[in-house]
Write a protein that binds this ligand. Sequence first.
Ligand code: ZN
Length: 61
Amino acid sequence: MDINVGDKLIMKKAHPCGSKTFYVLRTGMDLKIKCEGCGHEIMSPRLKIEKRIKQIINSEK
Ligand SMILES: [Zn+2]
């Protein structure tokens, strides 16, 4: 999966705040993402996050 800093991720399941959109802050073995709805930042292993992604919206395309 091609995930870059600045991309938007649409998740299959919504965050408790109701938002399904997250921004990518940092990539690598772990991804750091930020919820668009409440601003909560989550750091989690890349594979774990990839399983929950429904769609990636690339920032430059
Ligand atoms: Zn949230």
